[in-house]
Structure formats: structure tokens, C-alpha cells
Design a protein around this ligand. Structure first.
Ligand code: ZN
Length: 198
């Protein structure tokens, strides 16, 4: 039996497809939206659509952005000879929030996971190797301290062994199994400062 009108039921169902949103939260959100001023709902739907249609990967670092090259890669104030390798854009944002890292990034869009069938060819590793043919002094591997993150770090360090590029790994002050985005800025900075050679 349907308790709500068709459109409300549909709205609840769509919201319920979002990660972390259960049935109850979906209902609460749906009713919140229905009671919002119409203009605000229009604005929200426009922003949703705009964000989706303009989203693309930066040509250089593969972070999510809305231009051909992201603001970090486009900036001449950043040190383009230091590349921090992260798993996703949220991790990049976590490091940007510290305000202390002045290099650029490379966003892998995932991590190697034999369990999930994600191999080196499924993440942006090839693209990293292409970038490293330019002038690069250091690659800082800042993948998560999960099994997948460690496997990816190991794989990259092996790939770079004979390139003469300095390869470092952020310190394990970052708790094992911890997602970078949930770690506070001080801990992130410590992990960066105490990075070790691989
Ligand atoms: Zn970029």
C-alpha cells in the first residue's frame, strides 16, 4: 500500500538511493523539501543538474573539477615538481584544508584491490607514469592505510624504483583502515611532515 501520493513516494525512493540515506532519512528529507519555498527547491534542482553536467576530470591530475584543468594544476604558485598521489578527490580536499601543502596532486580514482578485482589498469596509474616523464622531484604517496591503499603504495614505489625520482610515503600516524577525509588536519600534517623514503 502506498501511504503518500505518487510523486512524494517517488521522491522518497530517489532520495533513498543516495549513500547513507535510509528509508526514514529519505522521508524526512522529502518532507523537508516539500515544505521549502518553491524558489529554493528550483535553485537546488538547478545546482544539482549543473554540478552533474559540468563535472569532469582535470586533464593533469584527474581530480573532479568543472574546467579542463583544475585550479591547483593551473596555478603557478604551486610547486609542480612535487606530486602527492591520493585515491580520490575527497582526500585531495582533506590535504588542501591543511593549507600547508604547496605541491600538486595526482588522483588515482581508486586503489588496487585484488579482492574487488581492481587491478593497476583500472586506476589512473598509466597517467601518473606519463606525468612523471616531465620534471618531477618527489612523489608523495598518500593513499589510505587500508590493505588496498598499502598495496597501491607498494606497487607505485616498485614502478618508480629506477626512475631516480624521490618516492616517499606519508607516515603511519594515520590510523590503519582510516579514510583520509575523516582525519583531522593536525594528524594529516604530521603524517606529511614525517613521511619516509620508500
Ligand atoms: Zn588538476
Amino acid at each position: 500500500m502506498e501511504y503518500y501520493s505518487k510523486t512524494i513516494t517517488k521522491l522518497i525512493a530517489e532520495l533513498g538511493h543516495l549513500p547513507g540515506i535510509g528509508q526514514k532519512s529519505a522521508q524526512r528529507l522529502a518532507f523537508h523539501i516539500i515544505h521549502m519555498p518553491e524558489e529554493q527547491v528550483r535553485e537546488l534542482s538547478t545546482v544539482l543538474l549543473e554540478a552533474r553536467t559540468s563535472a569532469r576530470f582535470c586533464r593533469e591530475c584527474f581530480t573532479l573539477t568543472d574546467s579542463d584543468v583544475c585550479p591547483i594544476c593551473a596555478s603557478d604558485k604551486r610547486d609542480h615538481r612535487t606530486i602527492m598521489v591520493v585515491e580520490n578527490t575527497r582526500d585531495l580536499v582533506a590535504y588542501e584544508r591543511t593549507g600547508q601543502y604547496n605541491g600538486v596532486y595526482h588522483v588515482l580514482q581508486g586503489a588496487i584491490s585484488p579482492m574487488l578485482g581492481v587491478g593497476p589498469g583500472d586506476i589512473r596509474l598509466k597517467e601518473l607514469m606519463v606525468r612523471l616523464q616531465g620534471d618531477v622531484d618527489e612523489v608523495i604517496i598518500a593513499t589510505n592505510s587500508t590493505l588496498e591503499g598499502e598495496a597501491t603504495a607498494m606497487y607505485i614505489s616498485k614502478l618508480l624504483r629506477d626512475t631516480g625520482i624521490r618516492v616517499t610515503r606519508i607516515a603511519s600516524g594515520v590510523p590503519v583502515g582510516g579514510d583520509l577525509e575523516y582525519i583531522d588536519e593536525v594528524t594529516l600534517l604530521k603524517a606529511l611532515e614525517n613521511r619516509k623514503e620508500l
